[in-house]
Design a binder for this molecule. Structure first.
Ligand code: DUC
Ligand code: ZN
Ligand code: ZN
Length: 484
């Protein structure tokens, strides 16, 4: 019997701390040896030929088959969503089990398992969305679910059917502190958005580009500051999700200076899109709807602030916030009708497959971040934050054999991004036409080649559910003061 199921030979291995040339031996889905000149035999050998090999990506924020209540429908289910992730080098995803108001979180978890079961092609864990923070939820359900491996939850400061009042946010944060969970916060001021939206609609300003006017940076800045203040009061870590702009970044920088355990996520849409992408195409007034997401992409100058936050260490993770709606058909961006006002367009952009290639191309090969920071932002830190490290997020003996072997394209031979190259079920990509300097040649998920030489190879249902441990980050800024 061969000693290894797979050996990846001549890998240029990059982790957060190291870079070296070695062979990687895999047995039963795990890395069991890393050495130069590893002796076989192996059932299969893959020659990386000196190419860069990074840990499989961990996408800490994506939406697949999430229930909606406005007639829209997410284009990707767990099969197409995880297929797309795998083809873009991601081997673990964390989508959201959404609590419906009037219902329990357990019901949402049960429903979401049904949706994932038999479909996912790579491993997955669930975040919980807490839409109603009753006493039963904060004192019974969340503690019970945390014990079962659902150790992170998202709460919203906006969206009428999801938003929590400050008092409820405090209750959730206190539960997170007591039981060691991570709270992810969508930080935008709901009342400001409602008022600005009303003014814009009253003035007849309904086109997609007014989405950005209805949610300016101050709206995000205020809510980010408030979230930080509430987390400081409870003395618990939080993650501000999808940070879009320099004004929110300033708040996070300020909080870090105070020693507060505030973590921050950003997404490719804030590095590569701008408010101009919401602009009007004379031939299709809905064209800009493809880039409607919240918070919205900002002015072009803002992109540099995001890059600065990535290189300086301000951002903890880069996620896709993959929220896939088709442009065509009755359940996508036009669900409220042709020419519907911006506030009725489903929010979100697809990006689970392009997250890693974009950051490798423009971040690492573009000289903005080094390869170690790339690994930290896209794999190691999300795994740590959500209690999956070191099983996921690194290349080490004992870790799952989740790997990406990279192709790089020299100047002049870049691959031009086209939606037909992608494996999601969405009819567009907001990054159409971008010149890619790198793309995964092979993705390995628990020792299986799931993407190789341009072919998707995994079986529906071969991904496994991952119960999460507690976040591996400091639990409080002042752990000596245990007053809760
Ligand atoms: N904003 C969110 O908060 N979630 C999904 C997509 C989006 O744009
Ligand atoms: Zn959000
Ligand atoms: Zn989201």
């Amino acid at each position: 019997m061969p000693q290894y199921d797979l050996i990846v030979r001549n890998a240029d291995i990059a982790t957060v701390g190291d870079r070296y040339r070695a062979d990687i031996g895999v047995r039963d889905g795990r890395i069991v040896a890393i050495a130069q000149g590893l002796e076989g035999p192996a059932a299969r050998e893959l020659d990386a030929a000196g190419r860069l090999v990074t840990p499989g990506g961990v996408d800490g924020h994506c939406h697949f088959d999430q229930p909606t209540n406005d007639g829209s429908r997410y284009a990707d289910d767990f099969y197409t969503g995880t297929r797309s992730a795998a083809c873009g080098g991601t081997t673990t995803v964390l989508p959201f089990a959404l609590q419906q108001r009037g219902s329990s979180i357990q019901a949402a978890v049960d429903d979401y398992h049904q949706r994932a079961n038999g479909k996912a092609v790579i491993d997955y864990a669930f975040h919980l969305i807490v839409a109603e923070a009753t006493k039963d939820v904060t004192q019974r359900e969340l503690p019970m679910l945390i014990e079962k491996g659902y150790t992170s939850f998202k709460i919203y400061m906006t969206y009428d059917d999801l938003k929590l009042a400050d008092r409820q946010i405090i209750e959730v944060l206190a539960t997170a502190r007591k039981h060691g969970a991570m709270t992810m916060i969508h930080a935008e001021n709901s009342d400001c958005i409602a008022w600005l939206t009303e003014q814009l609609l009253d003035a007849g300003l309904t086109a997609p580009r007014y989405h950005a006017s209805s949610r300016p940076m101050a709206v995000e800045r205020e809510a980010t500051h408030r979230a930080i203040a509430l987390a400081e009061l409870i003395d618990t870590p939080i993650l501000i999700v999808h940070v879009s702009g320099r004004e929110a970044i300033e708040q996070i920088h300020w909080a870090r200076g105070r020693g507060l355990p505030i973590h921050a996520e950003t997404c490719p849409q804030y590095m590569f899109l701008s408010a101009e992408d919401l602009g009007i195409d004379p031939d299709d007034p809905m064209h800009g709807a493809r880039c409607i997401c919240s918070p919205p992409p900002r002015d072009k100058a803002n992109q540099q602030f995001i890059w600065n936050g990535l290189s300086s260490g301000l951002f903890t993770i880069v996620s896709s916030d993959h929220a896939p709606f088709n442009m065509e058909g009755p359940h996508g961006k036009r669900a409220a009708g042709e020419g519907a006002a911006f506030d009725r367009v489903p929010n979100g952009v697809p990006g689970v497959e392009t997250r890693l290639p974009l950051l490798m191309s423009e971040g690492v090969l573009g000289g903005r971040i080094d390869i170690h920071r790339f690994v930290e932002l896209t794999a190691t830190n999300p795994a740590r934050l959500y209690g999956l490290y070191p099983r996921k997020g690194t290349i080490a003996v004992g870790s799952d054999a989740d790997l990406v072997v990279w192709d790089q394209f020299p100047e002049g031979q870049e691959r031009v991004l086209d939606n037909s190259m992608l494996h999601h079920a969405v009819d567009y990509t907001p990054y159409e036409g971008m010149r890619m300097r790198a793309w995964p040649a092979t993705t390995v998920s628990r020792g299986r080649l799931v993407w190789h030489e341009g072919r998707f190879l995994a079986e529906a249902g071969s991904g496994e559910f991952l119960p999460c441990l507690r976040p591996q980050v400091p639990r409080a800024s002042n752990p000596l003061e245990k007053w809760l």
